[in-house]
Ligand binder design. Structure first.
Ligand code: SF4
Length: 454
């Protein structure tokens, strides 16, 4: 059921008299199942909407949309499609006990894949879903392939029912749907010759597969270490060599590398990252692919505006996880040159998930508090914006303002540094609000590596 959560003033929804709690039943006599139906079926200039007001009164609206007037309706949060798989490396299994319930949800939802770029396995699609992906042209989708050998893929997903992925993607490709894909690299299972086969099969589907990333499996202290392990340095190097082979071929034949290793793969292989140009439009940067180069690009682009900010001589702490700690100097050098500030990289070990969890986006509030509460020598600290959800809660339910109130310096959330450092530093006084940059959050439904990692 689709229900209205809020209606913006001066919009079509307000003019129709829709109010919070209104049930949206059908458009042009097609029942509304979710936000996709709502957005696609109300995109026309004329349609008939059937709705039930909170009073119980059912109304049929004959809508003629004045040009440029938005519907302005915010819907209640949709029910997330649950995952049908049981991967040994699932992050949900890697969570400690006692976190908020949302962090134990295994989502695998093609609708969020289309909307936010969450990766989905497509193993829970019904015939009705296939039809609407094609009808609504939900493209590109972000698909976790992992392996194209059906036996190996079923093993990785722990799902004997998982359909063969190559025919499935081919079927969609023939109907105009495109994909960004990923392979989570599990040593001894889908690396080596399996990785070669997977990349060859995906390349063979044609240009509908826009990109493929190879991401080393990420485990926490609580993961099933008896069943799955991190790749060793040589295994990461071998995977990079395979990625490079396909990338060179794609570059020659299709004009772009197509196949990318995640930054973490290079880090674990102890090999240098490719240059920024390699990543094109950074299509998979939120999957940790080209993130460092993307940051450098953003800082270089904002250089002039950063220079105007009068940060000269300020002492700024930059919080990061152990994954990026070693790479961060490459990023901060450009920032220091642009702003004249002194930057200190604060590489923090995750006290909630254990040291094997190295991403900054999973740092809990308690780790930040312990590292920062005595640091009165800093003028400002930049925190990773990915570390909080839309309610400004860290993984351990510490709220961002509550954290800031206990710190001796102001803090700002930042995705790419430029977002937090453009503008007047005087706006960053002691006790200043922490949420400035969070209001700029890019994709509210997307938390790479958290729950929705299908
Ligand atoms: S990793 Fe993704 S696909 Fe696998 S069980 Fe977890 S949520 Fe499902």
């Amino acid at each position: 059921m689709l229900r209205v959560q809020a209606v913006a003033p001066d919009t079509l929804g307000a003019a129709l008299g829709l109010i919070p709690g209104t049930q949206l039943l059908a458009v042009n006599e097609r029942d509304l199942e979710d936000f996709l139906d709502w957005e696609f079926l109300t995109a026309d200039d004329q349609f008939v909407l059937r709705a039930r007001l909170p009073s119980g009164e059912e109304i049929e609206y004959d809508v003629e949309r004045p040009e440029g007037l938005p519907m302005g309706v915010t819907l209640e949060t949709p029910r997330i499609r649950r995952c049908a798989n049981h991967c040994d490396f699932c992050f949900v299994d890697g969570n400690p006990l006692g976190l908020r319930p949302a962090l134990y949800i295994r989502d695998d939802d093609y609708r969020l894949s289309f909307r936010y770029g969450n990766f989905a396995t497509l193993t829970n699609l019904k015939p009705w879903d296939l039809a609407r992906i094609v009808e609504y042209r939900l493209s590109p989708l972000y698909v976790s392939v992992h392996a194209t050998d059906p036996v190996v893929r079923r093993w990785l997903l722990r799902n004997p029912e998982a359909e063969a992925i190559v025919p499935q993607l081919t079927w969609f490709a023939e109907r105009g749907i495109q994909f960004h894909t990923q392979v989570v690299l599990v040593p001894g299972v889908n690396d080596g010759s399996q990785l070669v086969r997977t990349l060859a099969d995906l390349y063979g589907i044609g240009t509908a597969v826009l990109s493929v990333s190879v991401v080393p499996v990420a485990l926490t202290e609580f993961s099933k270490h008896d069943l799955v392990r991190q790749p060793a340095r040589e295994e990461c190097r071998a995977a990079i060599a395979t990625v490079n082979d396909f990338a060179q071929r794609a570059l020659a034949e299709r004009g772009s590398p197509w196949c990318y290793g995640a930054d973490d793969l290079y880090l674990q292989a102890e090999q240098p990252l490719p240059p920024a140009e390699w990543y094109g439009d950074f299509d998979q940067r939120e999957n940790g692919v080209g993130s460092v180069r993307y940051l450098q690009t953003r800082i270089a682009a904002a250089r002039e505006r950063l220079g105007a900010g009068d940060w000269q001589g300020k002492r700024i702490g930059v919080v990061t996880g152990t994954a990026m700690g070693a790479l961060m100097p490459q990023v901060v050098t450009g920032l220091a040159a642009a702003t004249g500030a002194q930057f200190e990289i604060l590489t923090l070990e995750n006290s909630l998930f254990g040291p094997s969890v190295t991403t900054a986006g999973l740092l809990p509030g308690a780790t930040l508090l312990a590292a920062l509460r005595e640091r009165s020598d800093l003028d400002l600290v930049l925190l990773p914006a990915e570390a909080v959800n839309d309610d400004l809660l860290f993984m351990d339910d510490v709220e961002a303002h509550a954290l800031a109130a206990q710190l001796p310096m102001p803090v700002r959330f930042s995705y790419d540094f430029a977002d937090a450092l453009e503008g007047d530093p005087r706006a960053v006084g002691p006790g200043s609000a922490v949420a400035d940059a969070v209001s700029e959050r890019l994709t509210p439904g997307r938390r790479p590596g958290v729950g929705g990692m299908a």
